[in-house]
Design a protein around this ligand. Structure first.
Ligand SMILES: [Zn+2]
Length: 151
């Protein structure tokens, strides 16, 4: 059976997920955390590096900081969009105040920034505040749209 390597956003362990199995129902073999959720997940620099090196799935990354007003303004829309996809797509968050090196390594010019990843590479990105509707349209017209039903 075909599988994809999915990095646990909690402990960084690689899990093999059958491509026909909903990502949302998967559980990490090591720490038992859900592999995806219908709410945004905060990740560490260590987990981000694991995702970039080993992950074969798709995810969004909200690059933000607590001091950034527009970032905080966009947070509810990101949460609403995560709920809309019900765990079929991972909605991750990177706090660049807590992990400044990780933020710098992503070459983000300004925040808020939304980065779209597939197999550890940035395939698209958006800068500035977005509404939930803008996010959904962006996702549904992107290269990762097909993979949302496939995984
Ligand atoms: Zn885990």
């Amino acid at each position: 059976m075909a599988t994809k390597h999915i990095v646990c956003t909690k402990c960084g362990r690689i899990n093999r997920v059958p491509t026909n199995k909903q990502l949302a129902s998967g559980q990490c073999g090591a720490c038992k955390s859900k592999l995806s959720a219908d709410t945004p997940i905060d990740i560490s620099e260590t987990v981000l590096n694991r995702l970039l090196a080993k992950d074969e799935g798709s995810f969004l990354l909200d690059v933000w900081a607590p001091w950034c007003g527009p970032c905080r303004m966009m947070a509810p829309a990101y949460m609403e969009t995560a709920k809309h996809y019900g765990g079929a797509l991972r909605f991750l968050k990177l706090n660049t105040e807590a992990f400044p090196n990780a933020g710098a390594a992503l070459n983000v010019r300004g925040i808020p920034a939304l980065l779209m990843f597939q197999s550890g590479s940035i395939v698209d990105q958006r800068a500035g505040v977005m509404t939930s509707q803008m996010m959904t349209e962006w996702i549904n017209n992107s290269n990762i749209a097909a993979s949302l039903t496939e995984i």
